[in-house]
Design a protein around this ligand. Structure first.
Ligand code: AMP
Length: 283
């Protein structure tokens, strides 16, 4: 596996590969890799001639300084895992490489309500930061396909919207959420949980599944209230939001409607670790 830290090295290498007619699959990450990320890498490896990954803890998508500073950084072990899972080239730039000092990162796109609800409401500026970095990475890598996890479902909606708005020639491949055996969605932030918090964390998915089982049986607002109460039964868990919304618009749903594909989304604070998860309610 090749490892590059500069944009020009990465571009030159991929230019030569593209000239050989190779399709490029791309998996952007922030590192601290787990099986969730590696599933995306495996899938890219089977669907493309070459798999490129990036590891970049993108400062402009963090609206909380502590979260940025505490974000785990494990480049050496990540590189080994990537190589073992079929990654051909890893791009791991420093922030100064991606954001030269004399330039203010900017992206001229409107996201409508997609970046105003849920994560967008609680993490102002987060999705614009995500879109800016992903656009930059797409410009550098110019992938045929790019792989994103449904665990970050709203992020996936933002990327799809950006690709459409800017007519970026890439196929976005959504990948199912990979979970621990007890149901907890894998996340790089899980390693920051204390043992007690880790034992409580599977409750989030458990309640999401309970909500799924109650679709059409309990009115939406009541079910939502019930879910929040149930998660917060243990004072260590604090719900930031719990929403039942439309799969495409992400807007809240008030009544069950067979024509609408509903999803449940939540963000929960466990101590100072913030976990998000979601489930499709229609399948
Ligand atoms: P991150 O490193 O958190 O920015 O994640 C990089 C990519 O991996 C994103 O597309 C995430 O949605 C995806 N991802 C993270 N955790 C999981 C998971 N548990 N299952 C599937 N995909 C995931």
């Amino acid at each position: 596996m090749k490892l590059f830290t500069t944009i020009s090295e990465m571009q030159n290498y991929l230019l030569s590969q593209r000239a050989e007619g190779k399709s490029i699959g791309f998996v952007p990450t922030m590192g601290a890799l787990h099986q969730g990320h590696l599933t995306l890498v495996n899938r890219s490896h089977t669907e493309n001639d070459l798999t490129a990954c990036s590891i970049f803890v993108n400062p402009i998508q963090f609206n909380n300084r502590e979260d940025l500073e505490k974000y785990p950084r494990t480049l050496n072990s990540d590189a080994k895992l990537l190589e073992a899972h079929g990654c051909d080239v890893l791009f791991a730039p420093e922030a100064a490489e991606m954001y030269p000092e004399n330039e203010t990162p900017f992206l001229d796109i409107e996201f409508g309500m997609l970046d105003k609800v849920m994560e967008g409401k609680f993490r102002p500026g987060h999705f614009r930061g995500v879109a800016i970095v992903v656009k930059r990475l797409f410009d550098i890598v110019q992938p045929s396909r790019a792989y994103f996890g449904k665990k970050d479902f709203q992020q996936l909606a933002i990327i799809n919207h950006m690709v459409k708005s800017l007519s970026i020639p890439v196929e976005i491949i959504p990948c199912d959420t990979v979970r621990e055996p007890d149901g907890l969605a894998m996340s790089s932030r899980n390693m920051r949980l204390t043992i007690t918090e880790r034992n409580l964390a599977p409750k989030i998915y458990e309640i999401l599944l309970n909500v799924k089982n109650s679709v059409g049986k309990i009115p939406v607002p009541e079910l939502r209230e019930w879910a929040i109460k149930k998660i917060e039964e243990d004072p260590a868990l604090k719900v930031e939001y719990f929403e039942i919304g439309d799969k495409d618009s992400l807007m809240p749903i008030v009544h069950w409607n067979h024509k609408q594909q509903a999803m449940a989304f939540t963000a929960v604070l466990l101590g100072n670790v913030r976990l998000i998860d979601n489930v499709e309610l229609f399948s």
